[in-house]
Design a protein around this ligand. Sequence first.
Ligand code: ATP
Length: 267
Amino acid sequence: MTLPPPPPTARPALRVRHFCKRYDDFLAVDGLDFDVTPGEILGLVGPNGAGKTTTLRSIVGVLPIQEGVVEVDGHDLVQDEVAAKRALAWVPEDPQPFETLTVAEHLEFTARLYRREDWHAEAERLLERFELVEKRDALGGELSRGMRQKLAFCNAWLSRPKVVLMDEPLSGLDPRGIRSAKQAIRELAAEGVAVILSSHLLELIEALAHRILILDRGRRVFLGTLAEARATLSPDANSSLEEIFLAATGERREASAEPEPEGGAWS
Ligand code: ATP
């Protein structure tokens, strides 16, 4: 059951309008529009190749914006790049820390980069929360996959962002790490941070997301709450997100030559 959306606010934390991305002649993302409000967790789902990672990597500035507008906390990502990026944090699918910096040095680097003051106590709490205390002096190149993920969480939290983007953030975590990361993500949103959570783990999206954005072949096929998805995309009022996902993306594949349905929450 997805959570009801947080109350609307005057300004979205993240605003994306007519975002398109081409790789040479291939249109990977085609005219994407969406907002994420402060305190909202938006679940981003879609089949392999739908354009999820391309969208996230463009918003965080790893890929250049070719077409469209991305605003972070009111700052245009192209016109006002530093201010926009200062408000953003990114947890990639397979984080690659600096091989020759220790865990503690990574946190110091992040604190300095984001001009945090009085960050030491918070860094300690994050190391405890994400079970990295014993690894504080380990080099980035010595960390396991799950530890690299946990360090990425610590860095993201320490930067005090307005918007956090996460691409399969739980892959590589052990069961205790998964539980603690889920709780940490909920708390982050409760503090007013806007979160995009991209994952193929639909139970995770169902448990955490206020709204869901379904992409398929670079296009938005649904944006709304799970209840709206059930009402619009599924004949069954008790459908799981998995059933809705299969219906939303399968129908498009089977009838890809036909126009999209009009009205409802389809777009
Ligand atoms: P997955 O669930 O498999 O991670 P995704 O939704 O994250 O998929 P993307 O990685 O964004 O999908 O890829 C979207 C499309 O863009 C795919 O068709 C992919 O082949 C293509 N693509 C991604 N990166 C490149 C690249 N560097 N050069 C050319 N095409 C690319």
